[in-house]
Design a binder for this molecule. Structure first.
Ligand SMILES: Cc1cc2nc3c(=O)[nH]c(=O)nc-3n(C[C@H](O)[C@H](O)[C@H](O)COP(=O)(O)OP(=O)(O)OC[C@H]3O[C@@H](n4cnc5c(N)ncnc54)[C@H](O)[C@@H]3O)c2cc1C
Length: 471
């Protein structure tokens, strides 16, 4: 049988792999995606003449150079380099984000600065807290009490809906890039011209919304002969002899696709439940204990050309349940449409919770109240409220989740011809450029005869552990 790779999921990870396979002519490629658009969580959709994203999304300049080069080639001058221009609300004051030395000195409450200074002085004498390591203990030891109490802990409770000491230490190491005073100082120093890396304080953003990255990749896959099947939800995966069969539902019909290998970027816990014969009970049980935090995105279409000059507002405080507000127009600097702008509020929650099930009108009303409570009143008329729901926004790194993931991952690794990667496939709280890198690395492991170099993949898997999420 000639090589035919079936890729499950058309988010950045799946599309990155499909693009590499197709352009390098490494056999037939078919991507199967449940939604009618590509891009997954990193996609965009049209709203009142704008294209808006699923929450605040930027392409970080730390993207691996070969991938950035490809994106620059695919997107051409549609890939803009933009200055970051955000604000964090801390103790009722606005602090510029990325952090800037002068702004911090002028705006941080003196009691906060004194607390941080005291924490830093005490640091050499602070012992390790008793008990197992957690998100809370790692951050508290690294950053001290004040920053944790006022920023990271309330933010964590909102994002993950769990107490910081119930979260895994991995979350602190991978999710918090500034997890020590030295790292924070380095980040602050990056704001001083000449002291930061190239492109510090900047980000790449496509003119037509973040989803344009995935749209261009999908077009390139098709141009190179690959196939992308949209509106097709994978419900079964099985092996018949040497061939893999994927069952999917499309327009109410059940269809079977046949390939020589499966590369899955859908949540690994969903994949194991699609497999037949079924994995052993302990694998299914481990998969069942891996949870994702969901997110409701509330979009207000407001009748004014610009709401604020900022691209994003971050809300660590627990007085409002939103974690972030973004104004999509400010990401690309678009001046059109002239008479409206969109505000997008990010509301992490559980699936089937009160927020998840609320109507657009209820959520819109609530968002107006929350914004007013942090001195961001919306005074112009709200033309409409639209809501999108992400069932798998963030992998939940609760304590002990590594063990459950490892149990499932070890079993999956033994299944010949089946590979999982991507943010959902590896339960990794990663950025788009990390997910793309996983797809590229998977293709790097293919030999000329279609053989897969498992040892090389193991090396790449180790390198994925060093990914640190950027906001
Ligand atoms: C609020 C928010 C803000 C973010 N901000 C940034 C940012 O600023 N910069 C950045 O780089 N990254 C950001 N990210 C992360 C970025 O969105 C992800 O890294 C990226 O989407 C991961 O790509 P992926 O392909 O691994 O997974 P996904 O994008 O989740 O794609 C998985 C795909 O699988 C499909 N799928 C699932 N189940 C099935 C099934 N049964 N059948 C068929 N298809 C299925 C899904 O529909 C989806 O299209 C953010 C994420 C969130 C939630």
């Amino acid at each position: 049988m000639t090589s035919h790779t079936i890729i499950l999921g058309a988010g950045p990870a799946g599309l990155g792999a499909a693009f590499q396979l197709a352009r390098r002519n490494l056999g037939r490629v078919t991507v199967i995606e449940q939604h009618t658009e590509v891009g997954g969580n990193a996609g965009s959709f049209p709203l009142e003449g704008l294209r808006v994203d699923y929450g605040s999304h930027r392409l970080h300049p730390t993207c691996e150079p070969r991938i950035l080069q490809d994106l620059q080639q695919l997107l051409g001058d549609a890939l803009l380099l933009r200055p970051r221009h955000g604000r964090i609300r801390l103790r009722n004051r606005w602090i510029r984000f990325p952090l800037r030395p002068l702004d911090l000195a002028l705006r941080l409450p003196p009691s906060f600065l004194a607390g941080v200074a005291w924490d830093i002085m005490r640091k050499p004498f602070a012992g390790r807290s008793p008990g197992p390591e957690t998100f809370a203990s790692v951050l508290e030891r690294g950053l001290g009490h004040t920053i944790c109490r006022d920023f990271y802990f309330p933010y964590a409770r909102k994002i993950w809906g769990a107490a910081p000491d119930m979260l895994s230490p991995v979350q602190a190491r991978r999710r918090v890039s500034g997890n020590s005073p030295a790292k924070i100082l380095r980040k602050i120093a990056h704001a001083i011209p000449g002291l930061g890396p190239l492109r510090a304080g900047q980000f790449y953003y496509p003119r037509l919304g973040y989803g344009q990255i995935s749209d261009c990749l999908a077009q390139a896959v098709r141009n190179a002969g690959g196939e992308i099947i949209l509106g097709a939800r994978v419900t079964g995966v099985s092996k018949a002899g040497q061939a893999w069969q994927v069952r999917y539902t499309r327009s109410g019909e059940s269809v079977i696709a046949e390939g020589s290998q499966i590369w899955s970027t859908i949540p690994a816990s969903v994949l194991v439940n699609c497999l037949s014969p079924s994995p052993p009970a302990h694998v299914l049980s481990a998969a069942g204990r891996l949870a994702f935090r969901a997110m409701v995105l509330i979009y207000l279409v407001v009748e004014q050309s610009q709401f604020s000059e900022f691209d994003a507002h971050y809300f660590p405080e627990e007085t409002l349940p939103l974690t972030r507000l973004s104004e999509p127009k400010n990401y690309s600097g678009a001046s059109q449409p002239k008479d409206v702008t969109v505000l997008c509020g990010e509301l992490p929650c559980e699936r089937d919770s009160h927020f998840w099930n609320a109507t657009a009108d209820q959520l819109g009303e609530a968002m107006l109240g929350w914004l007013a409570s942090v001195d961001l009143p919306v005074r112009a008329r709200v033309r409409q409220t639209t809501v999108r729901r992400l069932p798998q926004a963030y992998p939940m790194y609760t304590r002990g989740c590594e063990e459950h993931f490892d149990t499932m991952d070890r079993w999956l690794a033994e299944v010949d011809g089946l590979l999982t990667f991507g943010r959902q496939g590896l339960f990794a709280h990663d950025n788009l450029h990390h997910a793309l890198r996983m797809g590229y690395c998977a293709v790097d492991c293919l030999g000329p005869e279609g053989t897969f170099d498992a040892a090389r993949w193991a090396g790449f898997r180790e390198s994925f552990e060093s990914h640190v999420v950027e906001d």
